[in-house]
Design a protein around this ligand. Structure first.
Ligand code: XMP
Length: 325
């Protein structure tokens, strides 16, 4: 049986009872796989790695070592929040690594999306290998891989960092307890593990982070514009009655003519996108009220240096994917 294929007999996890059954199975499986060893976990702060962290803490307690890598592609305020929630509130054994320059230097001038993903994935593994060697004797690497990552990598749609970016000769054995789950199931499991709602229902965020939203070759100034515009957009969208499944800003590597203070002002266009979906395999664009759109437009243009236009991407998936790269 291929361990990367979801058995047809596997029931969709839709209830606390089914989630508990899954958790019990995975605790036993992780204990068997890991024995008395330690596991190093890539804790991004997203739903997937947070659920894996909670599951592994239940399975192996303080033999889980969480590492949070700030690769410079995180959303505004995110690294600070991860440290606060996991280290201070949940008491996890957490190591914070500031790798911003290291990642951005490697990515400079690289415009091919798949190459960007592979660089980010490889750099991640290298950082973990370094942390592991400092800690000595860690053979296992926990990962928040989920089923759509595996399916889309198989279909050749894109290489997810959790799957396609792994270099040959990887000397960690992977621990991927949620790799056969769809996103909606991950949330049910997270609830059953007792994680707070704001973590379980947090919108998904791709492993390569803002890197796939700063399309083409990443520059620090455009990346900063993506981060600032995204924070404004999220703030305004979260005032809506129901929060969409995923909502973000992308800034393509294109400048257009504008006018500011009576002079020509070449600027980027911030692309806003909000979608609703069950499992990210298909997605529908979400209606945003005109007044909200105007507030978002005015704030982004006024508050984010380098932006002179705001565009609304209301394309559905398929044919468009959710992310721009
Ligand atoms: P797409 O763009 O394929 O995205 O419609 C589907 C969902 O997956 C997320 N996504 C990623 N997550 N690594 C990840 O961990 C990736 O490389 C990646 N690419 C896309 C995306 O944000 C959406 O929720």
């Amino acid at each position: 049986m291929d361990p990367n294929v979801r058995p047809e007999t596997m029931e969709r996890i839709t209830s606390p009872e089914l989630a508990q059954e899954f958790i019990n199975e995975q605790i036993a499986a992780v204990r068997q796989q890991v024995g008395d060893n330690k596991v190093l976990l890539a804790l991004s702060g997203g739903v997937d790695s947070s659920v894996v962290a909670a599951l592994l803490i239940k399975a192996i307690g303080d033999r889980l070592v969480c590492v949070h890598v700030n690769h410079g592609l995180l959303r505004k305020g995110e690294p600070e929040q991860v440290v606060r929630v996991f280290k201070e509130e949940l008491g996890a054994n957490l190591i914070y690594v500031d790798a911003v320059d290291r990642f951005l230097d490697k990515l400079a001038g690289v415009d091919d999306p798949e190459t960007k993903r592979k660089i980010i994935g490889k750099e991640f593994i290298d950082v973990f290998a370094e942390e592991a060697s400092k800690l000595e004797g860690i053979k296992f690497l926990g990962q928040g891989t989920i089923y759509p990552d595996i399916l889309e990598s198989k279909d050749g749609i894109k290489a997810h960092h959790n799957v396609g970016g792994l270099p040959e000769g990887l000397d960690f054995e992977l621990v991927e307890p949620i790799k056969l789950l769809y996103k909606d199931e991950v949330r049910v499991v997270g609830k059953a593990l007792g994680l707070p709602d704001n973590m379980v229902y947090r919108q998904p965020f791709p492993g390569p982070g803002l890197g796939v939203r700063c399309t083409g070759a990443i520059t620090r100034d455009r990346l900063e514009a993506v981060r600032e515009a995204d924070a404004i957009f999220r703030e305004e969208i979260e005032k809506m009655d129901t929060t969409p499944w995923q909502y973000f800003v992308a800034i393509p590597d294109v400048k257009s003519t504008g006018i500011k203070d009576g002079k020509r002002y070449m600027g980027w266009a911030a692309v806003i996108r909000a979608v609703q979906t069950k499992d990210a395999v298909t997605a529908k664009s979400v209606e945003i009220p005109w007044a909200t759109l105007c507030t978002i437009r005015d704030r982004i243009i006024a508050e984010v240096p380098g932006i002179n236009r705001v565009l609304w991407d209301f394309s559905d998936k398929p044919v468009a994917t959710i992310e721009w790269e």
